[in-house]
Every structure is written in structure tokens, then in C-alpha cells.
Design a binder for this molecule. Structure first.
Ligand code: VGL
Ligand code: ZN
Length: 203
């Protein structure tokens, strides 16, 4: 099964994408089964923080008249309006104290699915010597996909954790197609069981 264990090193960082109430079941743009990623993301954050590796959490942070909302002809119901409960990170996540928040899509007339789009994320990663990013969160077929596309364009190695992401699936199969596309861009697929730190020591 897991022939290639993942050994974390000091040039790795974890990117947790948009784990906000509006994207969780019951939210205004709830991702089906999005709550299933809370536990695996907590495990991942524990692994990274335990080794002193940086954890970044992006958040969709829209003004109330954002262009992606249906009232302005956009595709989505209102969601993640800055400073509302729906835009808050899930309190079920145990973020490390030094987690770095990346707010995106915070101007009314432009949308940004990628955590790199219009943010200081790439500069921050480079300043901290990061060369490989591990990506998880919501939603596989929008913000995770576009973050991975930009990570690759910016020259970062990418590992994606499908068990720690879920898709909107506006069309059936969107999530699976997004994973195939990320793999095609050179992202490595991994699961928690692949992390050397979590594997039982052989007897
Ligand atoms: C997202 C739809 C609209 C996402 C953000 O975080 O994947 N999806 N805005
Ligand atoms: Zn949005």
C-alpha cells in the first residue's frame, strides 16, 4: 500500500483552504460532507505544528455586494461576507497559535478562488523558505483547485490530500475531475496514512 512514506522537512507548509461556516453543511454555500474534513485537517495541523512547520489558513472574505453573488449576476448565493458568522473559521478546528490567515476576494468587483490571487501568500512562503505545500480544505473544485494551479505556476511542489477536501460538485464528477487536473499539473496525491510520523514503528 503505502510504499512511499512522506517525510516532512523544514521546507514544507500546510495550506488549509476556506474552512468557514458558510462552506460547511448548514452554511449558505454548504459543501456536501464538508464536515468530514475537520478531523483529518486537525490531524494534519497537529503533524505540521508538532514539527514547527507553518500552517496557513485562507478565507473567502467578501464585501456584502460582492460580484460573485446572485444579486450582481454572479453564480453564488451570498457567502463569507467579511466579519459575519458565516465567514468565521470553524471552531472545531484546532489551529496552531502561530497560524497565518490569508484573506482573499475582499474587493467587490473581482473574485479570487486561489489563495495566491491578490494575496501575499507566495511572498510569505518564499520568505520562510517553503518549497513544498500540502493542500487541503474546501472546495476541491474551486478554491483548492485554483490554489493548486497557482502553487504550481509559482514553482512550489504540491501534495494534495483528497481525504481532507470535499467538492461542491455543481456537475457530478467536478471534484474527481479537479483531482485529476491537479495530478496532471504535478501534484502528488497522499493520505494521512502516508505520513511517516503517523506510521507505527515496525516491531
Ligand atoms: C469557493 C465558491 C465561491 C471556495 C469560494 O472556497 O471553494 N467556492 N467562493
Ligand atoms: Zn466566494
Amino acid at each position: 500500500m503505502h510504499m512511499n512514506p512522506i517525510q516532512l522537512n523544514e521546507t514544507d507548509a500546510l495550506l488549509v483552504i476556506d474552512m468557514q461556516y458558510d462552506f460547511l453543511p448548514g452554511g449558505s454555500l454548504g459543501v456536501p460532507r464538508g464536515d468530514e474534513v475537520l478531523a483529518p485537517i486537525n490531524s494534519l495541523m497537529g503533524l505540521f505544528a508538532g514539527r514547527g512547520l507553518p500552517v496557513y489558513a485562507s478565507r473567502d472574505w467578501h464585501p456584502e455586494d460582492h460580484c460573485s453573488f446572485t444579486a450582481r449576476g454572479g453564480p453564488w448565493p451570498p457567502h463569507c461576507v467579511a466579519d459575519t458568522e458565516g465567514a468565521a473559521f470553524s471552531k472545531e478546528l484546532a489551529f496552531p497559535a502561530d497560524m497565518v490567515t490569508i484573506s482573499k476576494a475582499d474587493s467587490a468587483d473581482a473574485d479570487a478562488y486561489s489563495a495566491f490571487n491578490g494575496t501575499a501568500l507566495a511572498d510569505h512562503l518564499r520568505q520562510h523558505g517553503v518549497t513544498r505545500v500540502f493542500v487541503c480544505g474546501l472546495a476541491t473544485d474551486y478554491c483548492v483547485l485554483n490554489t493548486v494551479i497557482d502553487a504550481r505556476e509559482n514553482g512550489f511542489e504540491v501534495v494534495i490530500l483528497p481525504e481532507a477536501m470535499r467538492a461542491v460538485d455543481v456537475a457530478a464528477g467536478d471534484g474527481e475531475r479537479a483531482i485529476a487536473r491537479m495530478a496532471g499539473l504535478g501534484a502528488r496525491l497522499a493520505e494521512l496514512a502516508d505520513f511517516a510520523d503517523l506510521r507505527a514503528t515496525p516491531a
